[in-house]
Design a protein. Structure first.
Length: 95
């Protein structure tokens, strides 16, 4: 069993290599002489980014600015006081 910092390295490298595998599949489906359906090419394209999006989604209480974003999300009046990224403000207001 892998533990400690090595555990997160295994997780991140696994996500990286999984993304590279799907990128290779997408490239073969898009470039080779065989015509693949648009659905299959789009599916491979989504699978390329899926491991990274998954890792970003499961991160909890990680990073130096995490608690600041949680505070802004819970109290949207802070968006007017703090100078933050405009896209984050739009997403925060929409949610």
């Amino acid at each position: 069993m892998v533990s400690g910092p090595l555990k997160s390295l295994v997780l991140y490298f696994s996500a990286f290599f999984l993304s590279m595998f799907f990128a290779g599949c997408w490239q073969r489906a898009s470039i080779t002489g065989r015509k693949r359906s648009l659905f299959v090419r789009c599916l491979y394209g989504l699978l390329v980014i899926a491991p990274t999006v998954f890792l970003a989604g499961i991160r909890y209480n990680i990073g130096t600015d995490y608690l600041g974003y949680v505070e802004m999300f819970q109290d949207s009046s802070l968006l007017l006081v703090w100078k933050i990224e405009p896209l984050y403000a739009i997403i925060n207001i929409a949610l």
